[in-house]
Design a protein. Structure first.
Length: 201
């Protein structure tokens, strides 16, 4: 009698252990699938090209872009965004990651932007920036007031002497449809994207 009882208890424990193992494997599979979906569809690794974003980001640095940041909301002022340049239709077919640009949003849709004596004016009011980007020597085409369309953003390089941004007539404004997402993270050192790094003395 006792032997049968002990055998039954052992079988019960084995069944319980097997159920726990199945639950663990199921949960692990769900977590792995969820992580894969995030990496595959929500995040994108992009390589910084050029010196336009120094000293926030440097040429050759890898950053992570959140592709779903603007699925519902729109880019805010001073957000660092990744986007494709506005190309002709025949050029769009050859777009790849090497074409991705990264800049900081200054002007939002419908606003009027002007740069005078190195100062930024938005709808005729001077904009006080959160970070110190250094002196802006040239206003480029923003010397005259620029009115943004309902799907357009005015962006600047953090390296304000690098005019590969919306001050450049060839660069122009950034269209909403060309924005990939918000640049949220850099790897070296691992940190969130903020403003320019202070140069060591």
């Amino acid at each position: 009698m006792n032997l049968r009882f002990e055998e039954e208890m052992k079988r019960e424990r084995r069944r319980d252990a097997f159920k726990e193992l199945l639950w663990f494997l199921l949960i692990a599979a769900i977590v792995i699938l969820f992580a894969w979906l995030i990496v595959r569809f929500a995040l994108k690794k992009v390589n910084v090209i050029g010196s336009a974003m120094e000293t926030t980001l440097y040429n050759g640095e890898d950053v992570i872009v959140n592709k779903i940041s603007y699925a519902i909301l729109s880019p805010g002022r001073e957000a660092v965004i990744a986007f494709y340049p506005d190309l002709e239709e025949e050029e769009e077919a050859v777009l790849d990651d090497s074409a991705v640009l990264i800049r900081r949003v200054i002007g939002l849709p419908g606003e009027k932007i002007r740069i005078t004596d190195g100062k930024i004016y938005i709808n005729e009011e001077e904009w006080k920036e959160k970070y110190n980007f250094g002196e802006m020597v040239s206003a480029g085409i923003a010397n005259s007031e620029i009115t943004l369309g309902e799907d357009e953003y005015f962006v600047l390089s953090d390296n304000r002497n690098d005019m590969d941004d919306s001050r450049n007539e060839a660069f122009t404004k950034v269209k909403r449809e060309n924005i990939i997402g918000k640049v949220i993270l850099k790897f070296h050192p691992l940190s969130l994207i903020g403003g320019p790094q202070q140069e060591e003395q």
